[in-house]
Design a protein around this ligand. Structure first.
Ligand code: HAM
Length: 419
């Protein structure tokens, strides 16, 4: 026996119901993004490793242990993108978008790769739909982007199960002071932190907030809070965002431990969580990153963005929405081979009317075709025999009641209403 191949751990085939939900998320996201004035950008999957090291940060989990990195045939160090923001910023500069008036709104949808320990909701290849908005350092941008996410979640039927958490991670003005205060606190309580935290302490003390170990989280509970240590501008940004969210009835909580797992953020950050998903419950995450374009050699260009995890959003949709929103499906069956041509014509007419149609001529006897029609979940079956051809009609059988209707071919338009 030949060996059968299996998927790599953390890599998934997406098919059946999951694929249908997946496509719906992509469609809703794409349509809504365009309504908000975002333009699609399609990015390469492979980039120079340095791009991610410099943007996401060396001390982060992603860069220090989760990247799929290798040398290509030319000896270049390359990485399969673990996220989209770094690539969008590179593309923004490489395609000279910064030279036009500074108002650019881009979105992307596609696979990302992180060599994480796989578990429910945590994969090595996963998909993100994200947006990046360049050119304005105003909390209105932060608010509009968050309300865009909320609108997408509403369209997908999971808004009421999603919880928005916001925080500010400060800026170059206020973060250094805050880090010093935090270091003093952690040093005094160092015995309560795990070995990884002790190691991270010197490299970037803010990364301690990423630690999932309960004792570390406990130990951080009484730590100085970033929101009490913001400079005036950051505080104003944060307060303005909070005010706008309240005014527009978007409920949120302030989570002062939310620092995000990537180093490029400044000022307002957010996450959207679906509690019922368990440990991996963040379905969206993002925030402001005002310095990244400059750090990549461009002019100062403030920016804000986020990405939605499509697999986790799929899990939430399956949990909370009625999956039986199934589209109408029809099968066309023929009594004998003589009706095949007519059957194909009818199938094409139905497809033109926007009805998903299986043509089953060629699958044997009518009884076998009916069986297949049933297994395909057909709502109705069109039966074609000699009679139908002679009279230019079709016979429509409703599968749930068994009721049969004869229709003139000119009346096929009525079919879209006859469910
Ligand atoms: P992130 O929080 O690393 O942010 O990822 C965004 C979302 O991708 C997460 O909330 C989660 O739903 C999903 N995700 C991340 N890792 C995995 C995984 N291993 N398996 C399944 N889903 C996952 C970013 O990537 C930023 N680039 C977002 C951003 C855009 N910030 C500004 N602009």
């Amino acid at each position: 026996m030949e060996e059968r191949f299996s998927r790599l751990r953390g890599f998934q085939d997406i098919l059946g119901e999951d694929e249908e939900i997946f496509s719906e998320i992509e469609e809703v996201f794409r349509k809504t993004a365009k309504l908000y004035g975002f333009k699609e950008i399609r990015l390469p999957i492979l980039e120079k490793t340095e791009l991610f090291v410099r943007s996401i940060g060396e001390a982060t989990d992603i860069v220090s242990k989760e990247m799929f990195t290798f040398q290509d045939k030319g000896g270049r160090n390359v990485t399969m993108r673990p996220e989209g923001t770094a690539s969008v910023v590179r593309a923004f500069l490489e395609n000279n978008l910064h030279q036009n008036p500074s108002y650019h709104k881009l979105f992307y949808i596609g696979p990302m790769f992180r060599a994480e320990r796989p578990q429910a909701g945590r994969l090595r290849q996963f998909h993100q739909a994200g947006v990046e908005w360049f050119g304005l350092d105003d909390p209105i941008v932060d608010f509009e982007t968050i309300s865009f996410v909320m609108y997408v979640l509403e369209k997908l039927g999971i808004k009421d199960h999603s919880e928005l958490a916001i925080n500010s991670v400060g800026c170059k003005e206020c973060v250094p002071n805050y880090k010093e205060k935090l270091k003093v606190y952690v040093k005094a309580n160092i015995q309560n932190f795990c070995d990884t935290c002790k190691e991270r302490f010197d490299r970037n003390v803010l990364r301690l907030f990423d630690c999932k170990v309960t004792s570390c989280q406990e130990a951080l509970r009484s730590a100085p809070k970033i929101t009490d240590n913001l400079c005036q501008t950051c505080k104003k940004h944060f307060d303005n965002l909070s005010d706008l969210l309240s005014k527009f009835n978007i409920p949120f909580t302030i989570d002062t431990h939310l620092v995000r797992g990537l180093d490029y953020y400044t000022r307002n950050v957010f996450e959207i969580r679906v509690k019922e998903l368990g440990a991996q419950n963040a379905i969206c995450g993002g925030g402001r990153y005002n310095n990244l374009v400059e750090e990549f050699g461009g002019p100062y260009t403030p920016a804000f963005g986020f990405a939605m995890g499509i697999e986790r959003t799929t899990l939430a949709i399956k949990k909370f929405t009625n999956k039986s929103k199934k589209k109408r499906v029809l099968s066309v069956c023929v009594i004998s081979e003589d009706e095949i041509e007519y059957g194909i014509k009818i199938s094409n007419l139905l497809r033109e009317k926007g009805i998903t149609t299986y043509f089953l001529g060629g699958y044997g006897k009518i009884s076998k075709q009916m069986k297949i029609a049933n297994s395909l979940g057909s709502d109705e079956v069109v039966i074609i025999g000699e009679d139908e051809i002679r009279n230019n009609t079709i016979t429509l059988k409703k599968m749930n009641t068994g009721e049969q209707i004869k229709l003139n071919i000119e009346d096929i338009d009525k079919l879209s209403k006859l469910v």
